[in-house]
Design a protein around this ligand. Structure first.
Ligand SMILES: NC(=O)c1ccc[n+]([C@@H]2O[C@H](COP(=O)([O-])OP(=O)(O)OC[C@H]3O[C@@H](n4cnc5c(N)ncnc54)[C@H](O)[C@@H]3O)[C@@H](O)[C@H]2O)c1
Length: 433
């Protein structure tokens, strides 16, 4: 296999650029040779970034797929509801695909994609960026080395910060199922479910239950006198924790690629432009209690595996600090850590007189953005493209490599959990269809 590969960006949003940027940093390994996106502005921007010619620009995934294959692989950064519909014709056209998560929005879509990838013999990797972080990769290595024996229980927690909750799941793109087709659990925590499945690699999840709902972000929880738009008609804006001014104008870089999407056509938007946008029809200017959101803001999931191991995931939106916690309890010891602290401890039973357990700290010492608010994900984002190049060149990929089939059980746990929550039942998980 040649060492330098070519890729076409399909869905030219900020996530596709996170992965495509590898080509700018390593031009000897990767070249972006096209862009497919219905938005003329996004196509033009991508053409500028990657120095593309008009003939390398396509109006959609389907338009690209209708032509003879003209790159080694696709970086598919479309939104959740477009992942499978855009990938199916591209697989048929012979492309391998680096695909964003969640890779499907339902079990039916999941099996459609899996069967198509098998039928065409194509490779798909899923952008489960957390697997690539030094923190989770080091924990996985300890588990693989048998440091804590067989895992009896996994406890995962994700506290979705108040600003992330508001921008993503109340005011934003993942706030309604009829828009993005994903639940909050799948949009936010398919990573955490994937990590649980990864820690238990080789053991099938067999059943799942779940409870949760929208506790806070609904009209009946609005403070008295709250308006409908923070900067237009709200007399309590100055005292409000969710004021759009405080979230977006006072933190210009945080979530900028969502909040200022409507100003993408303006070269260098000024504060006046942004103020006017939040006062106008920008969805991020709306009162968080008076949006049309229909997803949960907190959800708990319980899973049982074929070997009897149990796992829980607690997702809570609206926390002061973004936090991901992981605690694995094994037959020989335990691992406990906080992703944002970038270190974890390994404990072992110590039955000697005067002792109870030993404890060793593993410090990964990663700094910077851990959440994705400015892209980063604790060092995970940058490693995904590199690893897919290894996969395509037939080299040994990292332990974090997440092929489509590796991602199936985590996604099935999520779809099962949502069905369990909605129906009040315990849902069996079937790993084949
Ligand atoms: N891995 C992670 O940690 C992580 C973090 C954030 C978001 N995501 C996921 O990344 C994905 C992309 O998010 P984003 O905010 O960059 O999206 P975005 O909305 O900014 O970009 C999607 C692009 O796809 C284009 N598009 C729509 N239909 C198309 C078609 N038929 N053919 C080609 N292009 C088409 C749109 O015009 C748009 O430009 C989402 O699925 C999201 O859930 C993943």
């Amino acid at each position: 296999m040649k060492t330098k590969l070519t890729a076409i960006i399909v869905g030219a949003g900020h996530r596709a650029f996170v992965y495509g940027e590898y080509a700018l940093q390593h031009p000897d390994e990767l070249e972006i040779v096209g862009v497919a996106d219905p938005s003329p502005g996004r196509r033009a921007r991508t053409m500028r970034w990657f120095n593309l010619k008009p003939a390398q620009s396509y109006e959609s995934a389907a338009a690209l797929a209708a032509l003879p294959k003209c790159a080694d692989f696709i970086i598919n950064g479309t939104m959740d509801q477009h992942h499978v519909p855009t990938s199916l014709p591209l697989l048929a056209a012979g492309y391998d695909i680096l695909l964003e998560k969640p890779f499907a929005t339902s079990e039916d879509e999941l099996w459609q994609l899996v069967h198509a990838a098998r039928q065409y013999g194509r490779k798909i990797s899923i952008c489960h960026v957390l697997r690539y972080t030094p923190f989770y990769a080091a924990i996985r290595r300890e588990v693989m080395a048998g440091t804590i024996g067989e895992i009896i229980n996994v406890q995962a927690v994700e506290h979705v910060s108040y600003h992330h909750m508001a921008v993503g799941f109340v005011r934003g793109k993942w706030s309604r199922r009829d828009w993005c087709h994903s639940t909050m659990l799948m949009a936010k925590c398919c990573h955490d479910l994937d990590l649980i499945a990864w820690m238990k690699s080789g053991v099938a999840p067999v059943r799942v239950s779940s409870v949760g709902g929208n506790f806070q972000f609904r009209p009946d929880k609005a403070p008295p006198d709250a308006g409908t738009r923070c900067l237009v008609d709200c007399p309590i804006e100055a005292d409000c924790l969710y004021s759009a001014r405080k979230h977006y104008l006072d933190h210009l870089d945080r979530w900028k690629y969502y909040v200022w999407e409507g100003l993408e056509h303006v070269e260098n938007p000024t504060m006046e432009d942004m103020n006017a946008s939040l006062k106008g029809d920008n969805p991020y200017g709306r009162c968080v209690w008076k949006c049309d959101n229909d997803v949960v803001d907190h959800q708990s999931v319980a899973i049982e595996f074929a070997d009897g191991c149990t796992a829980t995931l607690n997702m809570i939106g609206g926390s002061s600090r973004p936090t991901r916690l992981l605690h694995l309890i094994g037959t020989k010891g335990e691992i406990q850590g906080c992703f944002e602290d970038s270190h974890f401890v390994i404990r072992h039973i110590d039955p000697r007189p005067g002792h109870e357990y030993t404890e060793r700290t593993v410090d990964l010492n990663v700094q910077g953005d851990m959440t994705g608010a400015q892209d980063g994900h604790g060092g995970g984002d940058g490693r995904v493209t590199k690893d897919f190049l290894h996969v395509l060149r037939g080299e040994v990929p990292s332990i974090s490599s997440t092929g489509l089939e590796d991602s199936v059980s985590g996604h099935l746990m999520g779809f099962g959990a949502d069905r369990a929550r909605e129906t009040g039942t315990v849902v069996p998980i079937k790993l084949e269809r």
